[in-house]
Write a protein that binds this ligand. Sequence first.
Ligand SMILES: N[C@@H](CCC(=O)N[C@@H](CS)C(=O)NCC(=O)O)C(=O)O
Length: 212
Amino acid sequence: MYKLYFAPGAASFAVHWMLIELGVPFEAVKVDLEAKEQKRPDYLKLNPSGLVPTLVIDGEPYAEAAALLMLLAERHPDAALLYAPGDSLRAEFLQTMFYLANTAQPAYRLWFYPEEGAGPENIEATKSAARARIEAVWRRIDGQLSDGRRFIVGDLLTVADFFGVMLARWSRNMPRPAHDWPHVADYLGRMKEMASLRETHTREGLTDWIND
Ligand SMILES: N[C@@H](CCC(=O)N[C@@H](CS)C(=O)NCC(=O)O)C(=O)O
């Protein structure tokens, strides 16, 4: 049994979506980020970083969205949501996952929490740097998708897609959103048809982006 601590549209979104796609039983617990519930002592016992997501697996709490996606994929091998060791696309898959987690996600963190970059007096400069990094990510992913592949890595739906689509969604109100790149736009159009992605929006109460 799984228990997911989430906030609508946050880094928990990809994990929520994957649990729905897998069709496994889970309990979803909403964390009110505005009320700073993620910094309360009882939550910090589960996730010492005070962030969402936290996924409790058989009573043990685990964190880090990218790791949780990979963990779930490993725990449910029949769903085939990753390239396993030995697969010819394994290296590209790992590279893409780490690129999204190490380069793209921190750049978004700077965009949404710019005071963390260089203090409140440098917010505009921090956002400008974050924006440049995020746009470089979509330029690169657009290049990957330009060879006609169906998904971010090859023709297999993997956890890189769950993570990548979540990150693309985060750019929706930015000056240059991910769908500004043509191959990314085609890809997102296809992904938005997934029933599990639409269901995640419904369950999290999100109405924007999915029907754009
Ligand atoms: N590296 C973490 C980042 C998680 C993260 O930054 N979550 C944000 C929401 S998108 C959060 O909890 N923000 C509340 C806060 O910073 O207090 C992960 O992937 O799980």
